[in-house]
Design a protein around this ligand. Structure first.
Ligand code: S3P
Ligand code: PEP
Length: 431
């Protein structure tokens, strides 16, 4: 399915933010790893969170869900012996479960998105699992991947953090369940470091003890622990909301998004500070972000690693800013659903934006007068490319047609409904 995005001068209205993808995947996993019954209120519904639901069910968890909560009977440290798992296109789900299946005799993760997740590297995690005595079969570090676990006991593990924080999160989820204590040493840089704060927060809520250094570069994990069944409540999602806030920033708007916690550990809450630095009129009080956009924005410089999943939305806003913006320290955007630097900037250029790339930087020469539009956009299987190009389309002179926009459902299936409710001219069309 494609979406046609037409120029839309004004957006008005309010709605509750979608539920956080990162917290939903973590709570589902923590509940599955507990023996006993856990409840998760307001879990996210999207392809990625559904992938985690499907896989923990396959591994032996029992799930019962109604409109507002999911009740999970976990399998504790004894997942069922399954042959295959299908994580769809969900990177975090794959990596977390590659860790957990170190407890299983033999599981194959199948490759259902060869052009997206199928291209992403997992070498650093494969290497770390090898240090735990887990045999991993793989295609040059990529899917399909077979994990032959069952013998992992714990010990000293070194893992590189220079490509993704998800490898470290995977180890933090599984090592507490191993018989012996573990120490984890992070080599090189740790990208998306703030996300580790979310992992540690959830582990602590599940009663797991981890001793982390202040810089998150080394960890001591006592073995033989048990996840406690818990009641969790999922907070609103900043990465998805960032795109709607960017849309409000580039139009004449009066838009409120509710349920966005000021004290959240989601790094992407930086969208609020970034838009403020761009001089977009907004407030953030009582978990409500209120944007009263006037369409005028100022260029900024920003370290994107702190807010990795909101950078594309920030860049989309910068397309219309006065001056040149620079988003630096973003190399790991290249290892996501697509190459979010080269592929994304190619699509932005098609739409008429003036952008430049470096290996680890995106540079945007703003065009406050608007961009031409009138072209077809390749989504590259990437929900965040789809959301960001939609922001650009709202302020293009001619409509943008975003091909295969249904991939937005990876994280935010209601994105276009929410925008329509605000008055955006967006319309689904069959190919
Ligand atoms: O741990 C997680 O849930 C995630 C970590 C981040 O990935 P990287 O650590 O690869 O940057 C982020 O982009 C992804 O959407 C979710
Ligand atoms: C990169 C993302 O997800 P994942 O790595 O889990 O596929 C994302 O949601 O933008």
């Amino acid at each position: 399915m494609d979406v046609i995005v037409k120029p839309t001068p004004t957006l008005n209205g309010e709605f509750g933010a979608l539920s956080s993808k990162n917290y939903t995947t973590r709570y589902l996993l923590a509940a599955a790893l507990a023996e006993g019954t856990s409840t998760i209120h307001f879990p996210a519904h999207s392809e990625d969170s559904d992938a985690m639901r499907r896989c923990i069910r396959d591994l032996g968890a029992v799930l019962e869900e109604d409109d507002s909560k999911i009740v999970i009977q976990g399998f504790g440290s004894h997942p069922r012996d399954v042959r295959e798992l299908n994580v769809g296109n969900a990177g975090a789900v794959l990596r977390f479960l590659m860790g957990v299946t170190a407890l299983c005799p033999e599981v194959t993760f199948v490759n259902t998105y060869p052009d997206s997740l199928g291209k992403r590297p997992h070498d650093d995690l494969i290497d770390a699992l090898g240090q735990l005595g887990v045999e991993v079969q793989h295609e040059q570090g990529r899917l399909p991947i077979t994990i032959k676990g069952g013998n992992a006991k714990g010990g000293h593990i070194r893992v590189s953090g220079s490509v993704s924080s998800q490898y470290l999160s995977a180890l933090l989820f599984v090592t507490p369940l191993l018989a012996e204590d573990s120490t984890i040493e992070v080599l090189n840089d740790l990208k998306s470091k703030v996300v580790i704060g979310q992992t540690l927060e959830v582990l602590e809520q599940a009663g797991i003890v981890i001793h982390a250094s202040d810089d998150y570069m080394s960890f001591r994990v006592p073995g033989g622990q048990a996840y406690q069944p818990q009641t969790y409540t999922v907070q609103g999602d900043y990465p998805g909301s960032a795109a709607v806030l960017a849309a409000a920033a580039v139009t004449q708007s009066d838009v409120k998004i509710l349920r966005l916690m000021e004290q959240s550990k989601q790094g992407e809450r930086a969208i609020v500070d970034v838009l403020r630095m761009m001089e977009v009129p907004l407030t953030h009080e009582n978990d409500v972000v209120h944007v009263q956009g006037n369409g005028r924005l100022k260029a900024i410089e920003f370290d994107g690693d702190a807010a990795t999943d909101a950078v594309l939305a920030m860049v989309a806003a910068a397309v219309f800013a006065e001056g040149t913006s620079r988003f630096y320290n973003v190399e790991n955007l290249r290892y996501k659903e697509c190459d979010r630097i080269t592929d994304y900037l190619n699509e932005l250029r098609k739409a008429g934006a003036n952008v430049e790339e470096r290996q680890a930087e995106i540079i945007v020469h703003g065009r406050p007068e608007g961009v031409e539009g009138g072209v077809e956009i390749n989504a590259h299987f990437d929900h965040r490319v789809i959301m960001a190009l939609t922001v650009v389309g709202l302020r293009s002179k001619e409509p943008l047609r975003i091909r295969d926009a249904h991939h937005v459902a990876k994280s935010y299936p209601q994105y276009f409904d929410h925008l329509q409710a605000l008055g955006a001219s967006v319309q689904w069309v069959k190919e």
